[in-house]
Design a protein around this ligand. Structure first.
Ligand SMILES: *Cc1c(COP(=O)(O)O)cnc(C)c1O
Length: 468
């Protein structure tokens, strides 16, 4: 249709696919992504250029002009297609456990361990003493036992898988008592009532949204409940006129009636985080000590390790899970075991601040102010571009559905440009290499150094320097 206006000689000036593949851009793309992909890009770009000529009318673009345009188009199409690859970003949002940005960053020890020991042949299921098949990654489980006081522990893909696994094995076909205040959605697709239904259990709601008492659970047991599920409402708090029975009371009640008490803690902390300002996160060890039969929690929330779901509790119950066919479908691989083992080891040796999540929590406002001041003065010592910085008070967040009531005081870098808006700066940062993720508040572009790992300060400065 529109082709009627393009002159035949204009089409003659179009480069061929081969010519585009011989250009430097074509060669680079073929080296990086394969000849087939480069040829596909060349063909689609040529199609676009052809369509464009058809609208040019009388002007006849030269061969060189068309070639240059096609090469530019190829480079652009390649970059656009590469944007969805998994890539490193610099997190300036101040949200420590940012689910969209991969939750907990690993410690440098955990990264090294995963790289050195978890990426090649290793003792995943091999016993060096006997030269035979051994237990699967027993060290992680042993460290978890030590750190939580549980009789045994097992590791699966994430906490959702852990909850589903526990309920499928111990609650399928049973009535599960759960407080109306704990029928929560943890975010995205994890809704407690749905997970229960999916695992074949039926729900026995007890109490009310704000108050559930011990006799409510006793009544549920009389009605036939054989499992009590406690869920830590990670991502919100009910405040005011509220009550739930203490775990120890619940455990006493459950065990008197031979009922299983299972607690999904989600974020759960291995150590008391109160000194870092996180006051009401439950300790896994406290739940175990209170007599809970099984607990589940995530590896990549406050624990600060790789994505994993941890099940800890009674030895006989964990044994049943370990020998269940579903375990095979839910278990993790050597990369996760090695990173988790190293993460747990930081707790065991009493050095939790080796873990970025804990180190970031531990930063006080004054320390962040000093870091921000040093950052600006180092940056400005060689900079003469359009950006300028102010320090403003603000808050960071724990994130990851943990500690919703906690806000951590911080000092933010507010970035201004001589002529550009905060929105346009945010876009430039987000599309830089590496991408820098910032937030805009009240028309200002804000960077929170709390969540920037110290080794990322240099790359962050490079990205800022390149902004025109
Ligand atoms: C976060 C959370 C989950 C889901 O954990 P994933 O590791 O993301 O699967 C389940 N239950 C609770 C209480 C949580 O906080």
């Amino acid at each position: 249709m529109a082709n009627s206006s393009g002159s035949p000689s204009a089409y003659k000036n179009l480069p061929s696919v081969d010519e585009l593949l011989r250009s430097q851009v074509g060669v680079d793309i073929a080296n990086a992504a394969g000849h087939g992909h480069a040829a596909d890009l060349a063909r689609s770009v040529l199609g676009a250029v052809r369509d464009k000529i058809s609208g040019v009318g009388a002007t006849n673009p030269s061969k060189q002009l068309l070639f240059d345009e096609a090469v530019r188009g190829m480079a652009k199409a390649y970059t656009a297609a590469e944007a969805d690859r998994l890539q490193k970003v610099i997190n300036c949002t101040g949200v420590i456990i940012h689910t969209n940005l991969g939750r907990a960053p690993l410690s440098s020890l955990a990264k090294k361990k995963a790289f050195d020991h978890g990426s090649g042949y290793c003792t995943l299921e091999y016993d060096l003493d006997t030269g035979k098949r051994g237990k699967r990654a027993p060290r992680c489980e042993r460290l978890l036992i030590e750190l939580t006081g549980a009789e045994d522990a097992l590791i699966v893909n994430n906490c959702a898988a852990a909850a589903f696994f526990v309920l499928s094995v111990f609650a399928a076909g049973c009535e599960v008592a759960i407080s109306r205040g704990e029928m929560v959605e943890i975010g995205g697709d994890f809704r407690v009532p749905d997970v229960l239904t999916q695992s074949g259990a039926s729900l026995l709601e007890v109490g009310t949204t704000n108050r559930t008492k011990l006799p409510d659970y006793a009544e549920a047991i009389e009605k036939g409940a054989s499992v009590i599920l406690r869920v830590h409402p990670s991502n919100y708090r009910i405040i005011g006129f509220t009550s739930v029975p203490a775990l120890a009371e619940l455990s006493e009640l459950a065990h008197k009636h031979n009922v299983l008490l299972y607690e999904d803690i989600g974020s759960g902390a291995l150590i008391d985080l109160a000194k870092y300002g996180v006051k009401d996160e439950p300790l896994i060890a406290d739940s175990i000590a209170a007599g809970v039969d099984l607990v589940t929690f995530s590896g990549d929330k406050l624990l600060g390790g790789p994505q994993a779901g941890i099940i800890a509790g009674r030895g006989d119950l964990i044994d049943r899970l370990r020998s269940h066919p579903l375990y095979r479908a839910l278990r993790v691989g050597k990369l996760v075991y090695s990173a988790l083992e190293s993460t747990l080891h930081s707790y065991r040796k009493g050095a939790p601040e080796e873990l970025p999540v804990i180190a970031m929590l531990a930063l006080g406002k004054q320390q962040i102010r000093e870091r921000a001041e040093a950052f600006v003065s180092r940056f400005m010592s060689t900079y003469s571009g359009p950006l300028s910085f102010d320090l403003v008070d603000g808050n960071s967040a724990v994130g990851g559905g943990a500690a919703p009531g906690v806000s951590l005081e911080t000092v933010l870098l507010s970035v201004s440009h001589t002529s550009r808006s905060a929105e346009s700066l945010e876009l430039s940062l987000r599309t830089a290499d590496p991408p820098v993720i910032a937030r805009i508040d009240d028309g200002r572009l804000l960077l929170d150094l709390r969540t920037v790992e110290p080794t990322d300060e240099e790359p962050l400065m490079k990205v800022l320097t390149a902004i025109s």
